[in-house]
Write a protein that binds this ligand. Structure first.
Ligand code: TXA
Ligand code: MG
Length: 322
């Protein structure tokens, strides 16, 4: 159990321009106060994150949104009422005072209310929203446990608040909100637990016209083609056949591995909720268990709904497909 003094120390650290890893229901975040330029700069340098990749701002309650966004369209209210606190980030026009480090100079800002009591207690204690990307080095696998964060950052630079394993295990769905022909337009920039169908059904249920679209990854600056990568190569097998000798030879050649090198299979749970929750932890275990490469079999029944987000991450984490 987290002690009161740990929360107090975290608050003081954030107010003094320091960085704290906070648990959320999606993945752990590396947080700084939105009002501390020093803290924001540390987040980028600790993560080795390029400045072109904007951070998400986390709020504890709806009152705080006014500190961050200057417009609150009706579609945002509908989404917030249904999915907040929860794994949805909305990209909206920013308030002029929001530090441009957070937004990479864009006129918009990503906003989310996380569904983890500790994250929201921390935001309330600090008294202002917290900017937090996932608490991993840029391009690497996101952390779903406190120990994952501890392995990536020095203890004196990042205080880690342990809130237990992340329940969902995948980063939030990122959407931007606009208008098309007088109707609300929701563009999915990064798929996640909140799916396209869930958003469409919500608006339909309220008798509200909406266009929901999935758009190319570059619309979300940090959602690059290669991301979430484990420390050894991950390959996707587009066949359900066992990893035969011939295929193994190709993998050895492609990655210049010694013959008879061992590969670890990343097994996905049949239930997509469990597959998502365990995905990043298993990826780490495979890499740390001494395997020289990891393989995952793409099964045809793993499509639609939450599988889309799981395979989005696996495709970006993978070095090759066979
Ligand atoms: O679940 C999550 O979203 C986690 C937890 C900690 O909240 N955070 C997270 O942050 O995944 P990060 O930085 O790893 O991913 C944020 C994504 C990036 O792909 C970034 O490019 C995008 O959100 N993003 C942030 N602000 C944006 C903006 N103004 N316009 C477009 N994309 C934006
Ligand atoms: Mg990330």
């Amino acid at each position: 159990m987290l002690q009161d003094h740990e929360l107090k120390a975290a608050k003081e650290r954030l107010l003094a321009g320091g960085v704290v890893a906070m648990p959320t229901e999606t993945v752990y975040g590396l947080a700084a106060s939105i009002n501390s330029e020093e803290g924001l700069k540390k987040v980028f340098s600790l993560k080795e994150r390029p400045f072109f990749d904007p951070l998400i701002v986390h709020i504890a309650d709806l009152e705080q949104k006014g500190q961050v966004v200057r417009e609150w369209p009706e579609a945002a209210e509908i989404l917030a009422q249904e999915f907040w606190p929860g794994p949805l980030t909305m990209v909206l026009p920013k308030q002029p005072q929001v530090n441009s480090l957070i937004t990479s100079g864009l006129d918009t800002v990503g906003l989310r209310m996380p569904n983890h009591p500790l994250a929201r207690s921390l935001i309330r204690a600090v008294g202002s929203p917290l900017a937090a990307p996932s608490a991993n080095k840029f391009g690497k696998t996101s952390p779903t446990k406190a120990e994952h964060v501890r392995k990536s950052f020095a203890a004196d630079e990042v205080q880690v608040l342990d809130g237990g394993p992340s329940d969902l295990g995948l980063e939030s769905t990122v959407v931007s909100i606009g208008k098309r022909e007088g109707c609300a337009l929701i563009s999915i920039l990064r798929p996640g637990v909140i799916t396209e169908d869930m958003i469409r059904d919500l608006f339909r249920g309220k008798g509200q016209a909406v266009v929901v679209e999935r758009i190319a990854s570059h619309a979300s600056p940090g959602h690059t083609e290669h991301h979430y990568m484990p420390s050894v190569p991950l390959v996707i097998l587009e066949t359900e056949a066992a990893l035969g000798k011939q295929l193994l030879q190709r993998i050895y050649a492609d990655f210049q591995l010694m013959p008879n090198t061992t590969g670890a299979e990343l097994r996905l749970d049949a239930n997509p909720k469990l597959a998502a929750r365990n995905l990043y932890g298993r990826m780490r275990e495979c890499a740390e268990g001494g395997a020289e490469f990891i393989f995952v079999v793409h099964r045809k029944e793993q499509s639609g709904g939450l599988w889309e987000a799981i395979w989005d991450r696996l495709n970006r984490a993978a070095s090759r497909r066979y």
